[in-house]
Design a protein around this ligand. Structure first.
Ligand SMILES: [Zn+2]
Length: 167
């Protein structure tokens, strides 16, 4: 499915929407195309280009909150798929303060971890182990969350999301 990256009027990335919705925002003159995709929305009379990136003509105020939904994808995206204990490839999620010890399911308590570290840590606190975090976990930026929302980040999105290409 084609997706469109919606930029705020100030060029900040705002959301990822289905390409059809992106095309209609442009058609309704609520947004302008910044980068076209190779796809179009076909109706009986016309073909609307589906934008890869579009910019709203009006500013949307978005309050920043720490309560954004936590997903595995978003945790991996925030931590660059690196284990936050040893720096190896992360394939699991660890609660820094274990749930069984009263740890919350919040951004500052979840990190990407490799299985060996996760297994080694089990339900213990860091103060009980010779392990430490490479950096303190915190809520990810909107751009990081948007990156996690798309299976593949299209090239035209890259300058707006400030992501590093892995390939
Ligand atoms: Zn590890």
């Amino acid at each position: 499915m084609v997706r469109s990256l919606v930029l705020n009027a100030t060029n900040e990335p705002l959301s990822v929407v289905p390409g059809r919705r992106g095309a209609l925002l442009v058609f309704e003159q609520k947004a302008d195309i910044v980068h076209e995709s190779e796809h179009a929305l076909h109706s009986e009379r016309a073909a609307l280009p589906i934008p890869s990136v579009l910019r709203l003509r009006y500013y949307v105020h978005v309050p920043y909150t720490n309560s954004r939904a936590i997903s595995r994808r978003a945790v991996f995206a925030r931590d660059g798929h690196r284990c936050q204990y040893c720096g190896g490839h992360a394939d699991s999620i660890d609660h820094v303060t274990p749930r069984s010890r009263g740890g919350a399911n919040t951004w500052d308590n979840v990190v990407a971890a490799c299985r060996p570290c996760n297994t080694r840590k089990r339900d213990r606190l860091l103060s009980e182990l010779p392990m430490g975090l490479r950096r303190a976990p915190e809520a990810p930026s909107r751009a990081t969350l948007l990156t996690a929302a798309a299976p593949v980040v299209p090239d035209p999105w890259v300058p707006y999301l400030h992501v590093r290409r892995s390939a």
